[in-house]
Design a protein around this ligand. Sequence first.
Ligand SMILES: [Ca+2]
Ligand SMILES: [Ca+2]
Length: 277
Amino acid sequence: MKKIMIVFAMLYTGCIHASTLFSERITSLLTPESVIQAKNGDLYVSEINGFNQDSDGQIRKITHNGETTIFAKGMDDPKGLAIIGDNVYVADKNRVLMVMPNGHWHIFVAADAFPQTPQFLNDLAADNQGNLYVSDSGDLSTGGAIYKINPQGRITTIVDRNKPEVLAPNGLFVEDEHHLLTVDFASGMLYRVNLDNGDLVKLAEGFGGGDGIVKTKSGQIYVSDWKGGSIYHLDAGQARPIKSHFNSPADIALSHDEKYILVPVMKAGTLEFIEID
Ligand SMILES: [Ca+2]
Ligand SMILES: [Ca+2]
């Protein structure tokens, strides 16, 4: 009987831990920019640390029970994260890195492999075919580009500064094999990009310094505003804030159960969780 009670106690404690990961903010992060949840529930957070300081950036892993470890280090200014298979990909300043499950990493796409040398690689997103999409926010006001990187590392340009709408592409979200959502950090506009011809359709405006985008399976879209400190819900074509006063909320993610928005708050050095309906 005593044995059974111990087993029950252990199971009960395990459940509590799993469900409380999102109940408390995580603190003492080093300029966090992006977060992603792996299939097994672990979170990966990119930490820029010093801006424009090379080799001090890292990826932190937070397990489902809240245990924190440094997963990979020695990066420059790591930002957007994507997972393909067992590997984590990182947009690191002007190159894209591949991190293996043991935390060792190598350069997947070097800066000089891009059609234009990137100035500020920002968000990263993967599709179901194993392609990556990466935004270059350029000088953060006039230019930039969005590129597609196939599984062999070959790059094609989706949009670049030749389109007047492209000022500082930041957040990316792959909707399907033909469409990508992007939010512009300079204009605060949200666009749907046709991946076959690069055409942009404006969906909504008013997202300030638009940073991260998430979209639920039921089609609800949320966008973070790095400059203004709010998280917006796109409600009937309008940007409506659901939470404000964050000190630079960067590249948001959804939890797997779609119950929480995960918010890396860059200048506060925290990871916060917003429960959504
Ligand atoms: Ca750095
Ligand atoms: Ca970003």
